[in-house]
Structure formats: C-alpha cells, structure tokens
Ligand binder design. Sequence first.
Ligand code: NAD
Ligand code: UGA
Length: 479
Amino acid sequence: MEPLIKNICCIGAGYVGGPTMAVIADNCPQIKINVVDVNEDRINAWNSEDLSRLPIYEPGLNEIIKRTRSKNLFFSCDIKSAIKSAEMVFISVNTPTKKKGIGAGEASDLKYVEACARQVAKYASGHTIVIEKSTLPVRTAEVIKSILEEYQVYSANNNIDVTFDVLSNPEFLSEGSAIDDLEKPDRVLIGGQNDFAIEALSQIYSNWVPKSKILHTNIWSSELAKLTSNAFLAQRVSSINAIGALCEATGANVKEVARAIGTDSRIGSRFLDSGPGFGGSCFKKDILNLVYLSRHFGLNEVANFWEVVVSLNNWHQHRISKLVVKNLFGTVTGKKICILGFAFKANTNDTRESAAINICKDLIEEGAVLFIHDPKVNPDQIAKDLSTEESKNIKNKEYENLSSHEGSWCFEQNIYDAANNADAVIILTEWEQYVNINWDQVSKRMRQPAWVFDSRSIIRSKDVLNANLKLWKVGDGTN
Ligand code: NAD
Ligand code: UGA
C-alpha cells in the first residue's frame, strides 16, 4: 500500500523524540524522518560516530540507531527545512512544571509547545498533520489549533496553500525499557477527529503494532488518559511505599504483602515494588498538572486526593534519609557514606526527580561525605542535581581527613573502592550489578559497625548479615 505519509519531522530530540522516531524509522523504511532540536550539543551527540556517546542510554537503542541513522533517520538543528518538507510534525518537547506566574508549582509550562506551534505555522507548506506527542494538559490541542488556524486564515488571504490538522498521540514508554515498550506497546492512543489524519497516523503504527491495539478517542479523552495513566501508576507506588512503612513498623514484609495483593487478578502484580519513592520527569509533573486542572474546574476534593500521592512520595524520601542518620548513632557529620545508584531507575542515565537527589541532599546537609557510584550517570549531571561541585580532592585521603570534607561528595567508579572506610552503603537504584555485590569483601573494607540500607530491596539479606553488616531493607520489618 502506498504510504500516506513519506516525510516526518519530530521537534524535540529527547527521551521521547529520539527513541520513538528511531523505532518508527526502523519499522517504516519508506518514511524519511528528521528529528530536530534547538540544543546543538544534543543533536551532535545523536550524530556521534561512537554510539556509546548518544545523549540517552536505553537498552537496544544503539543497534536501532546504527541501522537507521543517515538512512531514513536524521538528526539536525535545521528546524525550518525539516518542518517545510514534512507532511506530519510530531511535537515532543518538554513540558515542565511552571516555576512562576499563574499555576506556579503545579500547571505545565506550555511555552515550548507554543513555540513549536508557532514554528510549524511559520514554516509549514501544504497540508501538515501536527501530532501532540508531549504530555499536555487537557485542551492544549485547542491552543495549538488556534495558533495554526490563525495562520491558516492569513495564508488563505494571501493565497498561500497551508492547512493543518491536530491529533493527540501521547507516549506511554517507560525509560529503561523504551525500545521494548515502543516495539510492543500495550496500546497506541490516537485522539482527534479528522479521518484522513487519523488514518495516516494509524497506518504508520500498523507497520508493527496490531490494529486491535490502536485506540481512537476524542482529543480530550486522549490528553486526559495520558495524565491519568501516570497518576494511577504513581498512586500505586505511593500506596505500596505507605504500606512498606507500616510493614517496617509491624514486622511484616512488603514484598510478601505485595505478592499477596498482586495475585488478585483485579489488582495485578506490576508497580507494587516498594522503593525510595518514585522519580522521573513525569509522574510528579503530571500529577501536579492534574491537581491544577481539578482545582481549576472547582473539584477541590479531586485535587486533594491526587496531591497526597506526591506528598507521600516526598515524605517517604525524607523518611529514608532520616532513618539512615538515626541508625548511624544520630549523626553522619564527617562520616563516609557510599551511595550506589543515582539514576531514577535502572537502565537509564536520566536523573530527573531521582529520589537520590533528595536523599543525597539531606545527607550532605547533615554533613556526610558521599562517595557516589552509578554505571551510567555522568558526574557533571550529579553536580547539577546536587547544586554543588564534586570535591575531587576527597579521594585518596585517609579516613581521618574526611572530617574536613563535611557535607561534600565525589564520584567513584569502583563500587568496592567507594565502600572503603565507609560507615554505610545505601542502594538507591536497582542496577543489576548491585544485586551480586560480594558483601564479605565490602564488609572488610568498611568501618565497623557498618550498615547497608537497601532502598530497592534487591540484595540477599543472608549474604549481608553473614558478612557481619547491619541491614535495613525498605518495607521489611522482619530484621
Ligand atoms: P526532554 O527534555 O528529554 O526532550 C525535549 C527536547 O525538546 C529537548 O532536547 C529540548 O531542547 C527540545 N526543545 C524544546 N523546545 C524546543 C523547540 N521550540 N524547538 C526545538 N526543540 C525544542 O523531554 P522528554 O523526556 O523527551 O519528554 C518530552 C515530552 O514527552 C514531555 O511532555 C513528557 O512529559 C513526555 N513524555 C516523556 C516520557 C519519558 O519517559 N521521558 C514518556 C512519555 C511522555
Ligand atoms: C512512566 C510511565 O511508566 C510511562 O508509562 C510514561 O510514559 C512515563 O512515565 C512518562 O509519561 O514519562 P518512567 O517515569 O520512565 O515511566 O518510569 P517508571 O517505570 O514508571 O518508573 C517511575 C518511578 O517509579 C521510578 O523512580 C521507579 O523506580 C518507581 N517505581 C516504579 C517504583 O518505585 N516501584 C514500582 O513498582 C515501579
């Protein structure tokens, strides 16, 4: 069948734009895709010869980039010509929480989306289908539409042949499993009215997604479904973390409780892992957006209900830092603490809203000296997140000298070196390589009595306890 769309532009080469377009390019060799971004460094990184330097780490992504880049997938900063030649434009830019003005701290900042709509209006030619891929507040399509329509009227008056359709097509990928999620999505959601636009987008996905999984809704349902899917998932994490705290207090084990709950097929077993609190760029932002929307429509009880999901998450993260301090005899000042994992989850280099940020900041505030390890996160990113430079001169110093480095941190590439003379090891990300740590070796290097705090509950208790280490595991009241 002749493809309805042969040329796509994606604005935003981030965690969504990059992997999503790579998977479309891989499954639709007949379509040419230009991914564009204002961030030149990011575009250069997408174009780097050395695939380990791509701006995003996702299992399976390198292989797809190798197959598609410079064949039918291109990364550039030339936004104008990419829009001009495209029949379909995906908007995949960031939609952070507003920092100031009306709705500050809750509503999404739509300035990047609006800028995209204006760019599309300015540079498009012929008929262009605009796809909202970013996660947006309900009724944002209206904003995009009105900007485009305004231009359409101007174009008609000036004999310029430009027309637009807008669809909502939210993305449901999770970082760390983005390629799998994109290859085998539970569903693809397309919200909109125009039959041709819907058919054109459905045709692209049907190159690899079964038709039964491509759902059509109205545009507002699609926008709301995306926000509420994230809210439901985050709500499960807050629920299980709340129960975890209760387990610790009562001698129960949250893993056993979660297993018992999750085997009820009405509840299901996924998203019931207690951890250090949810992170990532979207859960908090999208729930706050939902809270803002609910308040805007006078639904205060609805807003309060969802707000608690976020406040419980904040409480839980600070609860973990407090219990570390309490167990280390009430003070961590000048003590060395080894932090394992800084990414917000395993298999990604993304640290946005990572629980590690709050927990590390709390411990630094208490005067601890943190030695941080993560297999994929760059130390420069950690410095940005912690708002303090790395104190590289801590390394190689004798333990006794650490007191002069109170409230600082450094990056350590070797897990065992990071544990040298430490009073505690805290696991914050569930990286596979932390599961099989040799706790005997770690214990010999630590200052006794030494603690292991496992906020992901991934290590074998027996191995840690046999190595003469004290252990706290999230949600486990059985020790
Ligand atoms: P990101 O910050 O990684 O990438 C966004 C990119 O857009 C940046 O590189 C930025 O430079 C670029 N950009 C911003 N304004 C631009 C403009 N006017 N022209 C060109 N480029 C511009 O963000 P992300 O994680 O990819 O998220 C994008 C959207 O997708 C958000 O709305 C998010 O909520 C949603 N989403 C994210 C995920 C995820 O797992 N990260 C999953 C589903 C949905
Ligand atoms: C989440 C959703 O899962 C995606 O469907 C959605 O597309 C995306 O948000 C988005 O809109 O950005 P993501 O944030 O990448 O994906 O990662 P998740 O796997 O959802 O994890 C979020 C946080 O919850 C992580 O910190 C993770 O460690 C934590 N989590 C998750 C738990 O603590 N326990 C669990 O059982 C599951």
